[in-house]
Design a protein around this ligand. Structure first.
Ligand SMILES: Cc1cc2nc3c(=O)[nH]c(=O)nc-3n(C[C@H](O)[C@H](O)[C@H](O)COP(=O)(O)O)c2cc1C
Length: 175
């Protein structure tokens, strides 16, 4: 079972690990916001407690790191190119992002990124994130899979399975 699932992960990047953890999703709670701020180069200057908890890092491990520390390999390059262009124009970017946890699991967010203005001057970037519905996650996974296939020639098939099945598979893996 586990091998069947893992074999669905068709990797093209040699150093991309395929571990069971990659299939574990962390659900973002409905009532909490995940917040981060960065300097103009995308280096993290602040994260709230919820950000640290959801991403599986300690706050101090994230401060000073480039924000791509949580970049998931499923995210197409063009999504971030669009994000940076939008921010650099001074506009707000909104979009769905699949992020990589420290333990290689993942979580989906709807992110809104914008420039922080102080005394009329841009000082840094900020991002606030909200949970994503199940249907939207599937839609975005399919869209990003297509985009990546076109942009980077990478094939990856993601299988959505019931949580109970996943627990059974995990138990089997341990035997
Ligand atoms: C305020 C802000 C928040 C960001 N949040 C994320 C994020 O949650 N996940 C992510 O993968 N990239 C995020 N990025 C984009 C990263 O800086 C980076 O461009 C992206 O991960 C792609 O990595 P790469 O540039 O190395 O290809 C954010 C950037 C800014 C300015």
């Amino acid at each position: 079972m586990v091998n069947a699932i893992i074999n669905l992960y068709l990797k093209k990047e040699e150093n991309m690990e395929t571990t069971f953890d990659m299939f574990i999703e962390t659900e973002v709670p409905e009532d909490e916001l995940i917040i981060s701020r960065t300097d103009f180069s995308g280096k993290i200057t602040y994260v709230n407690e919820t950000f640290a908890e959801i991403s599986g890092y300690e706050t101090h491990e994230l401060i000073g790191k480039p924000h791509n520390v949580i970049r998931h390999p499923d995210m197409p390059k063009s999504a971030f190119a669009d994000m940076w262009e939008t921010l650099e124009r001074g506009d707000t970017w909104e979009g769905y992002v699949k992020n990589l946890r420290k333990d290689k699991g993942y979580y989906w967010v709807f992110a809104r990124m914008s420039t922080v203005i102080k005394d009329g001057k841009p000082v840094e970037y900020k991002s606030v994130r909200e949970p994503v519905s199940y249907a939207k996650k599937i839609e975005m996974q399919n869209l990003y899979d297509e985009m990546r296939a076109k942009e980077e020639n990478q094939t990856r098939v993601v299988l959505y399975i019931d949580n109970n099945l996943l627990a059974d598979a995990e138990a089997l893996e341990k035997t």
